[in-house]
Write a protein that binds this ligand. Structure first.
Ligand SMILES: [Zn+2]
Length: 102
């Protein structure tokens, strides 16, 4: 969690902040400025962009289920999986927009 604090000190959102905001992002419920900062973080953070994909996939699946069809324990396990840092290698270039020259 130290990394998140560092990021915050530099004026950027930390992974924890972004995690909190992912559902709002998907629902397009974020103010424009915040939306931008979350997206900027996602571009540079394979962990959070992976979580976003996971969350999006989950929502698609849940969208095909009736309310209450997913046991609370399954949802809790899913949330835990988001909160547990995924084992990752070096930042994935593939996640960056194509055409970058930096
Ligand atoms: Zn992150």
């Amino acid at each position: 969690m130290e990394r998140a604090r560092e990021a915050r000190a530099s004026g950027q959102l930390g992974c924890d902040d972004v995690l909190e905001l992912l559902t709002d992002l998907l629902e397009e419920a974020l103010p424009a400025g915040r939306h931008q900062r979350v997206t900027a973080h996602l571009v540079g953070c394979p962990v959070c962009s992976g979580r976003l994909l996971q969350l999006r996939a989950t929502i698609v699946v849940l969208g095909h289920l009736r309310d209450g069809a997913v046991p609370a324990s399954a949802l809790a396990a899913l949330r835990d999986s988001f909160l547990t840092p995924a084992p990752t290698g070096p930042p994935d270039q593939a996640l960056r927009p194509a055409g970058g020259t930096s």
